[in-house]
Design a protein around this ligand. Structure first.
Ligand code: ZN
Length: 55
């Protein structure tokens, strides 16, 4: 599955409220060199919360 190059890396997104790690995704290192933050639905909080990239 690994593509050539290292421009896409796996990241995990965790809810900033309850710290549950809810989403796995990947991102482009070139487009998003910083930590990404997304509004996602957290099944534990049962609402949309801010999710931040976890390393
Ligand atoms: Zn949560």
């Amino acid at each position: 599955m690994a593509r050539r190059g290292e421009n896409r890396i796996l990241v995990t997104f965790g809810c900033t409220d309850c710290r549950e790690r809810t989403y796995n995704s990947n991102k482009s290192r070139r487009n998003d060199p910083q930590r990404m933050e997304l509004n996602k639905y957290c099944p534990r909080c049962r609402t949309h919360t801010l999710h931040r990239e976890v390393r």
